[in-house]
Design a protein around this ligand. Structure first.
Ligand SMILES: *Cc1c(COP(=O)(O)O)cnc(C)c1O
Length: 456
């Protein structure tokens, strides 16, 4: 009798040596990115105030594989390879005939997948002679990861933290500060973008779009001292996350399985793309039969109810314009929404994959998200980040359907982070303070009526 295994490890020598760039294999090239002022295609020179040359190269590169620098791979060894787990106890708890596996990125020092891209971004900026990085953070995972990466490479780190999170998550702010970063509640009076918002609404609790405007402005006006780093959405960020899927493929091979369904939650799309792109390559190039499923909150339904159009990346219209599924750059998620994944848009790669019907997208309401996350944590012993709870909810839906239909698919999902700093959200759920909220159609239509016009 073979022993039933739950944990599939890889040796450190199996940490990938190159990132996989799906731009090489997309059926058609990604739409060009536009300058927010001229609305003409951006040139590398337009982007130089914000990003170092190697990051700009990676953003537009159509090379299939890009080598991971040895210094970056050395730091990856602090937590990679991450484990692949067979969720046997969850399978039993929901009585499914499906096999469920998860890749656990919460073992990273920052508690989520975000460090996979923070490290190379800090590295390339250091190489380019930059003094420090500016960025935004919402729930705080990205601010944590970037402050750790800047600390490793001796860079200053300036984080604009969405004001509501700054006040609701003091411990998250304290971690970011522990690594030496400077944290500002956004909107702030440090930037023109922040002052303009405060003049209109002194009580603004902020949004990711506003915080991005502030961080971009600080870098752009620094005369080259600072550059800007983004933790999601952009092509190079999604590419850095491809190590998740590369490792998962090796681990599932060891487990003797191959996924029929791959599930990831989507904010800007990086953890989803990270686990999915190596499999999507096989689907595009070799016709591999696999369903790839993106999951988002019903309160921020970018992929399922937004439109595929050019929009600004930030609220003030300073960041480049990208063709993406969007709810409009002025979108502010409802205050009752506790689950993260609040960005108004989504990465160009994920938008194009959906438009090409290479992936599917679903939204889930937040009570189902927390109910599913609690089922998971009681079975498996790990508290999922609320974002990851969206993936868990969809996995449970798929697993219950499998039981009803008498099938036994292999389901792989990305447990992209733990929720140890999100216990106020769980607390609110247990106290019955959370409600479901589907974004009203009229509000979506009003925001979409304000989309910028372009001649592309
Ligand atoms: C940032 C974050 C997300 C959302 O970003 P993606 O780029 O869509 O992955 C999801 N889960 C966790 C744990 C995060 O930190």
């Amino acid at each position: 009798m073979t022993e039933s295994l739950t944990r599939f490890e890889l040796p450190q020598s199996a940490i990938p040596t190159r990132w996989y760039n799906i731009q090489a294999d997309l059926p058609r090239p990604l739409p060009v990115v536009l300058h927010p002022g001229t609305k003409s295609p951006v040139t590398p020179d337009d982007l130089l105030p914000l990003f170092p040359p190697e990051i700009i190269n990676q953003e537009v590169s159509r090379e299939r594989f890009i080598d991971i620098p040895e210094e970056v791979r050395e730091i990856y060894k602090l937590w990679r390879p991450t484990p692949l787990m067979r969720a046997r106890r969850l399978e039993k708890a929901i009585g499914t005939t499906a096999k469920i596996y998860y890749k656990y990125e919460g073992v990273s020092p920052s508690g989520s997948h975000k460090l996979n891209t923070a490290i190379p971004q800090a590295y390339y900026n250091k190489q380019a002679g930059v003094v420090g990085l500016t960025t935004e953070t919402g729930a705080g995972q990205w601010g944590t990861a970037l402050s750790q990466a800047c600390n490793f490479f001796n860079l200053e780190c300036h984080v604009f933290m969405v004001k509501v999170s700054f006040h609701q998550k003091p411990y998250r702010r304290a971690i970011i500060q522990s690594f030496g970063a400077n944290v500002t509640a956004s909107p702030s009076d440090k930037t023109e973008a922040g002052r303009a918002i405060l003049a209109q609404d002194p009580d603004s609790t902020g949004s990711l779009g506003i915080a991005i405007s502030e961080a971009v402005e600080m870098a752009a006006k620094s005369g080259g001292k600072y550059k800007y780093a983004l933790g999601s959405v952009l092509n190079h960020v999604l590419m850095h996350q491809s190590i998740i899927g590369q490792e998962a493929m090796l681990q599932l091979d060891r487990a003797g399985d191959s996924p029929d369904i791959i599930v990831g939650c989507v904010g800007g799309g990086s953890n989803f793309a990270g686990i999915a792109v190596p499999y999507l390559r096989d689907k595009i190039v070799h016709g591999r039969n696999v369903r790839v499923v993106a999951v988002e909150p019903a309160a921020c339904p970018t992929l399922t109810r937004g439109v595929y159009a050019y929009d600004y990346g930030d609220t003030a219209g300073m960041a480049p314009m990208v063709k993406m599924h969007t709810l409009g750059a002025k979108f502010i998620p409802p205050p009752v929404h506790a689950g993260g994944l609040r960005y108004h848009g989504v990465g160009s790669v994920v938008s194009e994959l959906l438009d090409q019907k290479l992936i599917e997208a679903y939204s889930v309401p937040q009570l189902e998200v927390f109910k599913s996350a609690v089922t998971f944590l009681r079975a498996e012993g790990i508290v999922p980040a609320p974002e990851a709870g969206h993936a868990v909810a969809q996995v449970i839906r798929e697993a219950i359907r499998a039981k009803e239909e008498g099938t036994s698919p292999v389901i792989l999902f990305n447990l992209c982070g733990h929720g140890h700093f999100d216990m106020t959200a769980y607390d609110a759920y247990f106290r019955g303070e959370l409600t479901d909220y589907a974004y009203p159609q009229a509000a979506i239509e009003a925001a979409l009526a304000e989309l910028p016009e372009v001649n592309i």
